[in-house]
Design a protein around this ligand. Structure first.
Ligand code: GDP
Ligand code: CA
Length: 330
């Protein structure tokens, strides 16, 4: 059976994958999902990107693009009574997923196993693989001057700011608690160099007929996957069969902090900047019609640019985009 593999973050990826499973048999799709945003909240292992993909493919995702549709937050509100921080919103029904994942991990199951169990329970036919079963944490080093401000906004940062010392925040703390406001000095993927890709990940990428880079945040959603030993090498070897979709349209993110994180990394916030990050692993990048004038800039990085409407307005639009990506992959 021929398969198509996709590297995925959260909301942008999920919207694309919803189209991909309409454009081809879902059973032949293998998704490698980012776990750099995983976090322990209230003792529960939360995998935001994996859950966003699962819930979206199950047609159960909330209107915001994450969590479950029509969920309520009574448990979290009750929890606030105990003085616990509740800035990371976890809905009542959503909590069942985190309870299940945590208890299975405690029993000794791997994240790969639990993720498959959760996907099965939601009727998801695509194969969803966490990028690793090891702990990798995307962290943001906040620029010095911002450290004090950040502490004011959100309470105690994980590492108390000393005089002139940078503060390190977990990705969710920076993005959700601090609303992506503190200036970014650096993004790091703690544990990535020592982590092993999930047991099926490298084979899935090596054996797929094509590999798609979903329109996800290139720095903090795709970046952690590429940081795992072996992943970049396997994609380099398959570069001709790798097609990406730009998450940046006319110099702006559709949603989320990709612009701020790319700028902090010294990367131009544009489809050409995306091409520069992926140039060694990706032969073709889909860019928006409105970016047609940037085709030469994309191609100056050695990446072929394909122009299409890449803003996904609905599932049909996403399916159309997925078909285009599959065509380009050959
Ligand atoms: P997150 O972990 O939930 O932030 O998920 P992702 O990294 O997968 O998704 C965020 C990225 O998706 C952002 O950089 C957005 O610009 C991008 N994105 C969201 N919707 C669309 C869309 O309709 N088209 C394109 N091309 N990109 C999108
Ligand atoms: Ca994410």
């Amino acid at each position: 059976m021929g398969t198509i593999a996709a590297l995925a973050g959260g909301v942008g990826a999920a919207r694309f994958l919803r189209g991909l499973v309409r454009a081809m048999p879902a059973e032949e799709v293998v998704v490698v999902g980012n776990t750099g945003d995983d976090e322990i909240f209230h003792g529960l292992h939360v995998s935001p990107d994996l859950d966003t993909v699962t819930y979206t493919l199950a047609e159960a995702v909330g209107a915001t693009g994450w969590g479950l549709a029509d969920d309520t937050f009574r448990t979290l509100e009750a929890y606030a009574r105990y003085g616990e921080p509740t800035w990371f919103r976890l809905g009542d029904a959503d909590l069942a997923t985190h309870l299940y994942r945590t208890s299975r991990l405690r029993e000794g199951a791997t994240l790969t196993e639990v993720t498959a169990e959760i996907a099965l329970a939601w009727g998801v036919k695509a194969r969803l693989l966490p990028m690793t079963d090891d702990r990798v944490a995307t962290v943001i080093d906040v620029a010095t001057a911002a450290a004090a401000d950040a502490a004011l906004v959100g309470g105690t940062p994980p590492i108390p700011p000393g005089d002139g010392e940078p503060v390190t925040m977990a990705m969710q703390e920076w993005f959700v608690r601090e609303r992506a406001q503190p200036p970014v000095a650096a993004v790091r993927f703690e544990g990535a160099a020592q982590a092993k890709p999930g047991p099926a990940v490298l084979d899935a990428l090596a054996e797929a007929d094509a590999v798609l880079l979903c329109p996800s945040n290139p720095v903090i959603s795709i970046g952690p996957i590429l940081a795992l030993p072996g992943v970049r090498d396997v994609l380099r070897a398959r570069r001709a069969r790798v097609v990406g979709v730009s998450p940046i349209i006319r110099g702006a993110t559709v949603k989320g902090p990709a612009d701020r994180l790319m700028a902090a990394a010294g990367i131009e916030v544009s489809c050409a900047g995306v091409a520069s990050i992926y140039a060694d692993i990706c032969a073709t990048l889909l860019v928006d019609e409105s970016d047609a004038d940037r085709v030469p800039d994309v191609e100056s990085h050695g990446v072929r640019a394909a122009v299409a409407p890449i803003l996904m307005r609905d599932a049909d639009g996403a399916a159309e985009l997925a078909r285009r990506a599959l065509d380009l992959a050959g």
